[in-house]
Design a protein around this ligand. Sequence first.
Ligand code: FMN
Length: 177
Amino acid sequence: MSEINQSDKELVSGKKGIFSLPGFPLVIGCIGKNLITVAAISMVSFDNPPLIMMGIVPKRYSFELIKKIKDYSINIPTTDLLEAVQYCGKVSGRDVKDKFEIAGLTPVKASKISSYLIKECPVNLECKVVHTLDLGGSHTWFVGEVVAAHITKDYSRSKAIMFWPGEYRYVGDVIEK
Ligand SMILES: Cc1cc2nc3c(=O)[nH]c(=O)nc-3n(C[C@H](O)[C@H](O)[C@H](O)COP(=O)(O)O)c2cc1C
């Protein structure tokens, strides 16, 4: 047992601890034709198969949809789409018929799933739900196999958006290559 004291640190809640993580990648999920801004997104497996997971709060309209549709697209917005990101992060599909139209985004048919892709986002991942993880707590996790991906030739990750609770940010500087 270490005798080293940590009096320079404050004892805080688990939630505050999690919010100290240096940012979450911010994406727009599309389930069917309903758009939802999502920061709870994580890589599960790079390959064999490539898996990603998206956390959805059960009270969301998107939650009802994903249970039925069983697929979703992940669309990576660039900083110029911030207004659309904020819109899709506050308006529910229960209250508006077509978030695409109001957000000024264009739906594109996917190649392998029934959910739509967002044309204006430089990266679209087509995901089929292969596991649903209800581990308690705030989010249910939908693990998706990435069955197809579309990336514009000039895509740069530095134009993607990071969400730090309370702040939207650019991805940081390269510190070593
Ligand atoms: C920056 C940001 C990040 C968000 N991340 C998530 C998330 O990871 N999971 C989630 O369920 N809701 C998240 N939300 C909230 C939903 O995007 C929002 O409630 C949306 O209106 C739900 O739409 P729906 O009711 O049509 O599903 C986030 C909102 C913002 C602004």
